[in-house]
Design a protein around this ligand. Structure first.
Ligand code: FES
Length: 501
């Protein structure tokens, strides 16, 4: 089984050079996923000079770890949204998301991007009281989406009740983003890979973005990194960082179901779809979510997906497995727009598991705002909004959890084994007389010891057994075994301990 997302099956084999000089632009966009690349597209169409700064490779962060589904609904049920807001808001959210999906489809057509885009029905169903379908349909009936009640005929899962929404879509998100990046690249829309931002500072009326020992001078900065970089406490404390997993599976009988399937089984949710050429299809299953850095043994989460697929399909082999991150907003809506009133920094975060569509929507809203154009969705998703009543319950839950992690509860009695006990390719938090260490042993027996203290706000990282990373349970920063930042708000890596234990 390969530890990589299924989308890598069809990368565009495109690369961009890293930042190797000082430059000046109108807008510096941090992050080269679907949000950053689409923002660059809109802004350069508006005649602005932009630079995209991607820490790794375009599309290979969260975009390339998603489900590839494009839909008008959201992770949060229509009932939840209506109860928190009102019907008119739900209708507006749906309309905004439909328009974002249309933009993706237009791009794919206009640039002839071979990203396996196709229209699909989206099936929503429940078993073991997983969802109140009756109430969901009651709201759905006012959204303008074409839907019908599910019938049990030819359905691949057992269920109690459900519905199907027509004309949703799916694609290869990595391929789409890579090819879009290639299309928009120009002298005035530069894209830099392997370009890690280490700081953003104000200098007169400009923002200076430090990256790769160089600097980008910009009038505006867009944080298109899934969660904003640096110490933006008002956002990091209202977002819950979660990790979920995906597997790509070969079936014995070639009986691959067509459609997007969201099954609510009690308190568990699984997303299933087919991907690939008719001659080489895979079944994808995504789910088994947990808070970042808090799973204990997360190989069990991947096992849960395997068990689920094996229960419902005739599985030949499991070829791909991967993890992806999402940030849940406290009041169920993403934060899009100015960091705070009057700021020249823009935020796009809190997409939950709906980031391909919300990321595209965010690109349009932010670009319009920077260009001084009115956008009908700005107010609804305004990043600087503060809705204490709407966010209160979830905010309190997320932060009680964070406070627990700030005191370092992973150093429990009994976790202080000797390095000799570490297995190859294993990491563990070890406690010695002079301090605490995040220790990793590779296949050759070489040991790397790091400070376990997350440089973002000082929480203690935890070992991610399935993906071999150090993950911070507070705001979702993740680090590789050498301590380098993979994702999350941290701007610097875990400190290396010089005399490796
Ligand atoms: Fe905030 Fe680690 S991500 S303390």
């Amino acid at each position: 089984m390969k530890l990589e997302p299924i989308w890598n099956i069809k990368t565009a084999d495109i690369s961009f050079k890293s930042l190797d000089r000082k430059i000046s632009v109108d807008v510096a966009i941090i992050g080269g996923g679907i949000t950053g690349i689409t923002t660059a597209q809109f802004l350069s169409n508006y005649g602005l000079k932009v630079a995209v700064l991607e820490a790794r490779k375009v599309g290979q962060g969260t975009t390339g770890q998603s489900t590839g589904n494009l839909y008008a609904l959201t992770e949060f049920s229509l009932q939840e949204l209506k109860n928190k807001y009102d019907l008119a808001t739900v209708q507006k959210i749906i309309l905004a998301r439909i328009q974002a999906v249309e933009h993706i489809c237009d791009n794919a057509k206009r640039f002839a991007i071979d990203c396996d885009l196709k229209t699909q029905p989206m099936f929503m169903f429940e078993k073991e009281n997983g969802m109140d379908i009756e109430k969901e349909i009651e709201v759905l009936s006012h959204t303008g989406l074409a839907y019908s009640r599910l019938t049990k005929k030819h359905f691949p899962f057992p269920y109690e009740d459900g519905f199907v929404v027509e004309d949703q879509a799916q694609f290869n998100p990595l391929r789409y983003t890579e090819k879009l990046a290639k299309q928009i690249y120009s002298d005035t829309c530069e894209i830099f890979e392997d370009t890690c931002v280490s700081d953003i500072v104000e200098e007169d009326e400009f923002l200076i973005v430090h990256a790769n020992e160089n600097r980008v001078k910009a009038r505006y900065v867009v944080h298109a990194t899934h969660t904003p970089k640096g110490l933006l406490v008002q956002y990091h404390t209202t977002l819950g960082p979660y990790r979920e997993y995906g597997i790509g599976v070969k079936l014995k009988n070639n009986n691959y179901p067509e459609g997007i399937f969201w099954g609510h089984f009690g308190d568990k949710k699984f997303s299933v779809r087919t991907y690939g050429l008719p001659s080489n299809p895979y079944l994808i299953c995504v789910g088994s979510m947990h808070k970042v850095g808090q799973a204990g043994d997360n190989t069990q989460n991947i096992q849960e997906l395997e068990d689920f697929v094996k229960k419902h399909f005739d599985v030949e082999s499991i070829i791909y497995k991967w993890g992806g991150q999402n940030y849940k907003p406290a009041d169920l809506l993403p934060y899009i727009g100015q960091k705070n009133a009057g700021s020249n920094e823009y935020i796009a975060t809190g997409f939950a598991t709906d980031g391909l569509v919300y990321g595209t929507l965010a690109a349009k809203i932010i670009s319009d705002e920077i260009a001084g154009l009115k956008n009908e969705y700005s107010e609804l998703f305004k990043a600087s909004r503060h809705q204490p009543l709407k966010a209160a319950e979830k905010f309190t839950k997320e932060n009680i959890n964070v406070v627990g992690k700030l005191v370092g509860d992973f150093f429990k009695k009994g976790e202080d084994e000797q390095i000799a006990d570490l297995l190859p390719d294993e990491g563990k938090l070890l406690q010695y007389e002079d301090g605490k260490y995040a220790v990793y042993k590779n296949h050759r027996g070489e040991v790397t010891a790091l400070s376990p203290i997350c440089p973002h706000m000082g929480c203690t990282v935890n070992w991610n057994k399935a993906e071999k990373t150090w993950d911070c349970p507070c705001h979702g920063s993740r680090f590789d075994t050498a301590g380098r930042v993979i994702e999350g708000p941290a701007l610097s890596g875990l400190k290396k301990i010089e005399n490796d234990k």
